[in-house]
Design a protein around this ligand. Structure first.
Ligand SMILES: [Zn+2]
Length: 234
């Protein structure tokens, strides 16, 4: 039973380590990977910006139509005013609206320029992307192969974990899991040269004897982990 638990712990640790390895891009590839991701992100960002800019342009064009109509209306009114006071007030209004027309025209124009620039930029970037993707995958080829090999290891280890777990009574499994969580993933420590391999504290001779007899579970006096004695290795 202790053999099973020890193997289970070993496999759980193996899965955690390999999973981490699988999900970590190797240092020599992080820069390459970052550059490629940036290219992909830029294309996505440009697309979003284009949609937003086109919406802004339509809104600005709508505003421009409104202010131009307002201006026309005021200019018509100007021909019908009777007093110079009214005339002066209306000229003031017209002045304000003319300013608004000019600033709105500028806004439409600058949005059109931006859209044009973004479109050209996007087309160039999108055109390059398939080749860049291919190059990127080429550079990552060895890493992808490593990942696939790790995936196979993981699958085998997970299968073994399931099979091992099915051999352990539920209560013992719960106790083991509790200890695993509490002891940073190491619930069972091997005995090496009569010491606990986790905390390196020497094991009392009597405890060592009980352990070797193999009839009951012995905990390390110091770190409280389950001790595991492997007659083949000690
Ligand atoms: Zn210990």
């Amino acid at each position: 039973m202790l053999d099973t638990l020890y193997r289970l712990q070993d496999r759980i640790r193996f899965v955690a380590d390999r999973q981490k390895e699988r999900d970590t891009v190797p240092e020599e590839l992080t820069e390459v990977d970052r550059e490629y991701r940036e290219k992909v992100d830029t294309v996505a960002r440009l697309k979003q910006r284009l949609v937003a800019a086109e919406l802004e342009r339509r809104q600005a064009e709508g505003q421009l139509t409104e202010v131009r109509e307002k201006l026309k209306k005021y200019q018509t009114q100007l021909r019908q005013v009777q007093t110079s006071r009214e005339y002066g007030a209306l000229l003031n209004e017209i002045d304000g609206v003319e300013k608004l027309v000019r600033s709105t025209e500028d806004r439409v124009l600058s949005l059109e320029e931006e859209i044009e620039t973004d479109r050209t930029d996007l087309a160039a970037r999108e055109g390059n992307l398939p080749e860049e993707t291919q190059q990127h995958e080429e550079r990552l080829k060895d890493w992808r192969a490593t990942q696939r090999a790790i995936d196979q290891d993981l699958e085998a280890a997970r299968g073994e974990i399931k099979q091992l777990e099915s051999q352990i009574p539920a209560r013992d499994r719960a106790e083991f899991q509790r200890l695993i969580d509490k002891k940073g993933g190491l619930a069972i420590a091997r005995v090496l040269n009569t010491s606990c391999s986790a905390c390196h504290v020497k094991i009392r001779p009597a405890a060592l004897q009980t352990l070797k007899a193999g009839r009951e579970i012995v905990y390390c006096d110091s770190c409280k982990r389950i001790l595991y004695w492997d007659p083949r290795a000690s």
